[in-house]
Design a protein around this ligand. Sequence first.
Ligand SMILES: [Zn+2]
Ligand SMILES: [Zn+2]
Length: 168
Amino acid sequence: MWNVLEEYTKIIKSRKLKLTNARLAFVKAITSMDKKHFTISEIIAKIKENEGHVNIMSCYNILELLLKEHLLFANTLDGKNVSYELITPRLVHVRCDYCGKLYHLDDGVLGVHNKWWDLFNELANKYSVELEHYKLEAHGVCKECKENDKHLGDLTSIEQDENEVENE
Ligand SMILES: [Zn+2]
Ligand SMILES: [Zn+2]
């Protein structure tokens, strides 16, 4: 089985960053969360639970370091609160805009079908950029919201309207 903690410590060492006790405790916490999205307070609580004590200032410093090193993704799913999640080379969120429920498209499947990777890489190459990972957010309406008629309208018509204006 893929060991996320081991993978993280390997990357940290390969980047010549010191794996201090505080950093190791932080990485242990984020790789053992029972949900995909978590806040900094949840990370701090987890460290306290695991280690018995926590230095909050150093947590913020480590958070900053991991974000800078692209070892954590930050999401602002509701436009206000930031949540974090572990990195993955291919990440696609699909969000229901009506209830806010968030789905992950299966990373395993995305890895097998490299079409998107190839497409994005080809596009990025046009700007002389080589793709290292992608993270997408798609929006839609979930089954429940559609059934409850929360679904107000459909943005797919917008593009069409714009074209009509252009054609006039
Ligand atoms: Zn996510
Ligand atoms: Zn919904």
